[in-house]
Ligand binder design. Sequence first.
Ligand code: BG6
Length: 491
Amino acid sequence: MAVRVIEVEEFDLVVFGASGDLANRKLLPALYHRDQDGQLPENARIICSARRDYSDDDYRDYALKALKEHVKDLDDADLSRFLKRLRYVKIDVASGAGFEDLKTVLDEREDVIRAFYLAVGPDLFGTICENLGRIGVVSDKARVVMEKPIGKDGASAQALNDTVGAVFKEDQIFRIDHYLGKETVQNLMALRFANALFEPLWNAAHIDHVQITVAESLGVGGRAGYYDTAGALRDMVQNHMLQLLCLVAMEPPESMNADSVRDEKLKVLKALAPIGAQNFDKLTVRGQYRAGASAGGAVPGYLEELGNDESRTETFVALKAEIANWRWAGVPFYLRTGKRLAQRVSEIVVHFRPIPHSIFGAEAGSITANTLIIRLQPDEGVQMQVMIKDPGPGGMRLRQVPLDMSFAEEFKVRNPDAYERLIMDVIRGNQTLFMRRDEVDAAWAWIDPILTAWGNSKETPKGYTAGTWGPSASIALVERDGRTWSEENSN
Ligand code: BG6
């Protein structure tokens, strides 16, 4: 299938933190692929900035190494064109030194889109924006891209958004949640709103409950320093998982226009039933991995990796959320995420209600309620579990089979990384897949009381062995309601 490319205008993209992990693993490879597919205009420039004392050519060597490590099948001609786009400006954000040099490079051409990508820790967001304002490079065509975490609670997120908002207008601010750029996440919208089949059933009358699992097999590794200040609730639930929940639960937006979609997501966030001191012990489970085995090898526990056996930071969360509105009243949304779990799998499983009455006798076997599985990774795809008659003679015996649609098998194209789409959306000025400020606020407003309740509780996170599905309390959370975590994951 041919790759369709939407043209973008000439741009200068400035990457702060250009020698960091995100730039190496995600941003440079994503930009290379967009260039390779012919989406970058002829004179698009990528201006990379960090504290190291590099020349343009030093940085190109550095980028080449990163690309060799993270891109399969590099093409020489594409590579040489891409590397020529790279410039390097040394900036020490803390002291402000180097911003004038950035201005000199940007002023070489004024009437192009300027995107400032903050691939640095959030403590630097404010200072960078203030400096960009000070040197006068925030033109009408400027935009800024912020990576999470946006704050560590509601108050710090507001302070951060105020500082950035003093320099950039809301329609110039792109808060990235890379889950929204994943192919299957967008497919969720196509599935719901481009098919007549699902929407009439998409409510409490027909859906029993929804499970959202984002399981990782890796531990925190080299990120222990950051991770210990965050934990799974802040790192994954406040953003990625709540965004997934919003896309499953929102009303049909009036169009794909950014504000229409974000208005609907916001309503879901505001309708989340509060969890706090009164009910957190029944509705949430925290875990922390202990030494165990992963991918066949022995792995250390979180506290050993961190080198601090006092930490109460959770590496696993399971919780039961409810959305208090007409569509979803009484339908639990079970969310779980964790590091060092049994396998890497992210999926949304919609469990429909059982049929109201069976016309088949006991000899036909039991009838399992339908499920719709939306697999984000690995093997992106959608699967519907349905009951059929077992083929052949022998009477009416029923069994469950998957109607399976694997995107990798169906569409023989490279599955673009989320960052490819999101960076190009920034250049195009399309905010549909980015979080608006009020969404971030509403998500924190729901998360903050959980954090406070955990902080005040004497209980510590429950240990779980690396390579398992988390603490047994997570299984109990769902089984108390007479349900089980989707077998697809737990086997
Ligand atoms: C990041 C989190 O936002 O998402 C990481 O900070 C996590 O802790 C990562 O590992 C997961 O992303 P993906 O795309 O690999 O599922």
